[in-house]
Design a protein around this ligand. Structure first.
Ligand code: HEC
Length: 228
């Protein structure tokens, strides 16, 4: 991690902290490093298993089906391994289960504001300790930028077969119409540090999420061939 990244990250952190109630407590470096590592694991896996296949010009429908079968479970796998809650979110989501909470929405609006004012999103990072009811929680967020390959499923001119598959599974999709370089959401980490001032119980591992609209139509080859 370059020094520039860290410094800019703390500027974002300071702005974010000033925007809500001020808290003197700074997040532990170990928690920030664990959050970055979780995001990096997701990023690398997405590149290896999905993005590289699009770059190799494999059939986008085959890549989409691999995505739909696997990617939504990765957040849970990373969370269970690192014993923190890792997820993806966006201001306009495709997967309703990824809708942001107030803290995430505020940070993403701040990221958009900073990006619009010409700052490099690669340097943005928010890290904060917040009180949520009885829980004292470490929160962390980093933006994701839409690259060219992402536009296969998030761009303006989608392949008609991808559009149909998305319509089946995500009828309320708000994550289309992006162009390259736009902020497309964020990686988010949440970790409970204490409850009522006492250490939290051991991390309870999460089950894999269910598919939003069932996967019957998506995995029937006939349904996909019929689209071609
Ligand atoms: C093969 C199609 C496909 C590609 C390529 C793809 N996405 Fe997605 N993306 C999806 C689907 C489907 C979902 C919803 C399922 C889920 O939660 O993973 C999604 C969800 C997301 C989310 C979570 C928030 C939401 O809208 O539900 C983010 C953030 C995101 N994508 C960003 C990206 C970025 C950045 C890239 C490129 C690096 C990318 N995607 C590439 C299909 C794709």
């Amino acid at each position: 991690m370059s020094k520039g990244h860290t410094v800019a990250g703390w500027i974002v952190f300071a702005l974010a902290a000033a925007a809500c109630e001020p808290r003197a407590e700074r997040p532990a470096e170990a928690d920030i490093l664990a959050a970055r590592q979780a995001a990096l694991s997701f990023d690398q896996r997405l590149r290896r298993e999905i993005i590289d296949r699009i770059v190799r010009e494999e059939d986008p429908v085959a890549v989409y089906l691999a995505y739909a079968d696997n990617v939504p479970g990765w957040g849970t796998e990373i969370s269970n391994a690192a014993r923190l809650d890792f997820s993806r979110t966006a201001l306009g989501v495709r997967n309703p289960a990824s809708a942001p909470d107030d803290w995430e929405r505020r940070q993403m609006e701040l990221f958009n504001f900073l990006a619009d004012s010409g700052q490099d999103p690669e340097s943005f990072e928010a890290a904060e300790i917040v009180q949520e009811g009885k829980e004292t929680v470490f929160r962390w967020l980093r933006p994701v930028v839409m690259g060219e390959a992402c536009l296969t499923c998030h761009g303006e001119a989608l392949d008609s077969r991808i559009k149909l598959l998305l319509g089946q599974e995500y009828p309320l999709d708000e994550a289309e119409g992006y162009s390259e370089g736009q902020l497309g959401g964020a990686y988010s980490v949440r970790k409970v540090l204490s409850i009522d001032g006492k250490p939290p119980p051991p991390y309870a591992t999460q089950p894999r999420p269910a598919r939003p609209a069932g996967d019957a139509q998506l995995t029937q080859p006939a349904a996909v061939e019929g689209l071609q």
